[in-house]
Design a protein around this ligand. Structure first.
Ligand SMILES: *[C@@H]1O[C@H](CO)[C@@H](O)[C@H](O)[C@H]1NC(C)=O
Length: 510
């Protein structure tokens, strides 16, 4: 007979598993969108809620005699890097498209956040025929200073790509952002949606016709900051997948097939979009009966002639190999899968890389939630080796990641600024760490801010909703401003989190 202690033990384990109160997902969703107001460049509107920020970058573009005001600063500095900004916009748009019905009143705030970026991206694509502007602000100059965006006196150099200086990566990501956002505005502002889509098509054509990496064209102005390390084939696939979803034009189907598959990856980020493309293409794929393949015998779905023959024979299954690739990706993420290559901290956080790890957590969590949603609507399961994967396995893992970020972790620390009572106070962010113009009107200059940078005092301005780089692999977080790998927020960390937050805020069924 089992001892009574055993039952007490069992009971407390069950209680520990079950009884932490769920974080308030709706509040987190609202704050995750509010964060984007803190990153705004350009002329701020009257309804700006983060009131410690003011207009900035009002002559951006003037050195090239064009208007490139607006858009977002990428992270804790004052540079507009279009490559991650466009990815941010694509992910915000994907969040609205998949989870808009669950967002309630936040759907409108999400459209505002998207439009702040797309108004700028449209300028970048339309200002000068034959050119795509891809950034404003010399990052090397900017990084030498610690000053408020409102005080910027560093070179606002304008960067572009063109047929003689191509950038298929940044162009295809821009096309993805414009195509995805066109669907967000299709019903509420059809005229704007048409402009977005028409521009997306042109930019995608440029990416396809003039192949090249923007890192080669722009070198030290984008590297090592946002170098396209994964090459540009992933963006070509991702951009074409978005245009396919927006237009259903067989031109894009054929183009995607002509690329002939991509890497077997276990990451998803502003740099590497293969996994995102696989999941996106799975949505339109394969309504018929599942095929039986032992995944561990399968080197790559793209070299499996059976899958390709099936794809060619059956129009509905054009993207079957991509669905297989999406599932291979998820098998590399799930901890109990034989092909898993993903580490977890003792507290249960997915741990990919030391530099801004939470960016990978939020973007991969987006894919898990979204793939589960597609599985539920198609009533499908899949296998990792011999284990059958049901949608709720993906949902449960997503939920653990979301809850961890919102404070259910060994440090009991919320990694979203302004959420809960224990959150990062010394984030690596110029505007947040320096006194606001509202309390100190004169400029601090390039070096005047370093005193504030070095102090142990908490930041004076709360960048509500910002998610930082996050804890180390032992679940530890020291909250130091100079530890930018962990204490810096970024637009693309938040953008990918909006979808899962909306999913859990709106109840668990898709
Ligand atoms: C998901 O979590 C719920 C609640 O903790 C649990 O009942 C269920 O068995 C889990 N499902 C899977 C597939 O892990």
């Amino acid at each position: 007979m089992a001892s009574p202690f055993y039952f007490v033990f069992l009971l407390s384990v069950l209680l520990l598993e079950q009884t932490y109160a769920s974080p308030n997902y709706r509040e987190a969703l609202s704050k995750s969108l509010l964060f984007f107001q803190g990153q705004r460049s350009g002329r701020l509107p009257g309804d700006q809620k983060l009131s410690w920020r003011f207009s900035s970058g009002l002559s951006d573009g003037s050195s090239a005699h064009v208007d490139l005001t607006g858009g977002y600063y990428d992270a804790g500095d004052n540079v507009k890097f279009n490559f991650p900004m466009a990815f941010t916009t694509t992910m915000l748009s994907w969040s609205s498209l998949e989870y808009g019905k669950k967002m309630g009143s936040e759907l409108q705030n999400s459209r505002v956040a998207i439009r702040w970026a797309t108004d700028y991206l449209l300028k970048c694509a339309r200002a000068t025929p034959g050119k795509l502007y891809v950034g404003v602000g010399d990052p090397n100059g900017d990084h030498k200073c610690w000053e408020r965006p409102e005080d910027m006196d560093t070179p606002r150099t304008v960067y572009s790509v063109s047929p003689s200086n191509p950038g298929s990566d940044v162009a295809a990501e821009t096309a993805a952002a414009l195509a995805a956002s066109s669907m967000v505005f299709r019903k509420v502002d059809p005229k704007y949606a048409r402009l977005l889509l028409a521009t997306a098509k042109k930019v995608m054509l440029f990416a396809i016709q003039y192949r090249g990496a923007y890192s080669n064209s722009l070198s030290s102005s984008v590297c090592p900051f946002y170098c396209s390390y994964s090459g540009y084939k992933d963006e070509l696939m991702w951009g074409a997948a978005w245009l396919h979803r927006a237009t259903n034009d067989p031109y894009y189907t054929n183009f995607i097939k002509s690329l002939g598959g991509g890497d077997q990856t276990d990451i998803f980020s502003w740099d590497n979009k293969y996994a995102g493309a696989y999941v996106l293409l799975s949505r339109v794929c394969c309504p018929s009966q599942p095929i039986k393949i032992h995944r561990h015998n399968l080197a790559s779905p793209f070299t499996n002639t059976f899958l390709w023959q099936r794809a060619v024979l059956n129009k509905d299954n054009n993207f079957e190999p991509y669905k297989q690739a999406a599932e291979n990706f998820i098998c590399k993420i799930l901890s109990n899968s034989p092909s898993s290559s993903t580490k977890y901290t003792p507290g249960g956080l997915m741990y990919k890389l030391p530099q801004s790890n939470l960016q990978y957590v939020t973007s991969i969590t987006f894919l898990l939630t979204t793939y589960a949603k597609y599985m539920k609507s198609a009533k499908q399961t899949f296998n990792c080796g011999n284990s059958v994967i049901v949608p709720n396995a993906l949902i449960n893992l997503s939920r653990r990641q979301v809850d961890y970020i919102l404070g259910v972790n060994p440090m009991k620390m919320s990694y979203m600024v302004g959420f809960g009572s224990n959150f990062p106070r010394r984030i690596h962010h110029r505007g947040s760490s320096l006194p606001s113009r509202a309390v100190r009107s004169n400029s601090l200059g390039c070096n005047g801010g370093f005193q504030s940078f070095r102090t142990q005092n908490p930041n004076p301005n709360i960048l509500t909703g910002a998610i930082v780089g996050g804890p180390n692999q032992k679940d530890e977080y020291t909250d130091q401003r100079d530890d930018y790998a962990r204490s810096e927020p970024a637009t693309y960390i938040n953008a990918a989190f909006v979808g899962p937050l909306a999913y859990f805020a709106g109840g668990r069924s898709p």
